[in-house]
Write a protein of this length. Structure first.
Length: 147
């Protein structure tokens, strides 16, 4: 019986090369569903859309999100969804409803949705620094239009 021995070629992305090839993605959140948009943003931040993706290398791109206050939510999430955090002290639990978070700072709602879709490892904080969220359409990272 003949067995074909094929050599497998695994390519690992060099972190310096990954940093040099980063691109900027601009996403308008107006009318988009929060969870579906967050999965796309997490994919862009991790670099999973690239051919040279390596899980142990930070090869993601920069992402700018505008109009964060105009995201859509399905079902009755605006009234029912809550965010939980704990101070670490006895009776230190804080439960904040989604509608209050949207009134106070809609950027935090988008950031938490994306952060929780990225695996909690050493790369997550570095990947999250490349996410820029703005409440309205004005932002300093807008693409320059040549006249």
């Amino acid at each position: 019986m003949y067995y074909c021995m094929m050599t497998q070629k695994t390519t690992l992305t060099d972190p310096r090369r990954a940093a040099e090839t980063r691109k900027w993605h601009h996403v308008d959140a107006k009318g988009q569903i929060l969870g579906r948009m967050a999965t796309r943003l997490a994919t862009l931040l991790r670099g999973k859309h690239k051919v040279e993706y390596t899980p142990s290398t930070d090869c993601g791109d920069f992402v700018v999100v505008t109009n964060a206050k105009e995201i859509r939510l399905t079902g009755d999430k605006l009234a029912q969804k809550t965010y939980f955090r704990h101070s670490g002290y006895a009776r230190g639990a804080h439960v904040t409803p989604l509608f209050r978070m949207m009134e106070k700072d809609p950027r935090k709602v988008v950031a938490l949705a994306v952060k929780r879709m990225i695996p909690s490892n050493r790369l997550r904080d570095r990947q999250m620094t490349r996410l820029r969220i703005f409440v309205d359409a004005k932002n300093p990272f807008a693409p320059k239009v040549k006249a």
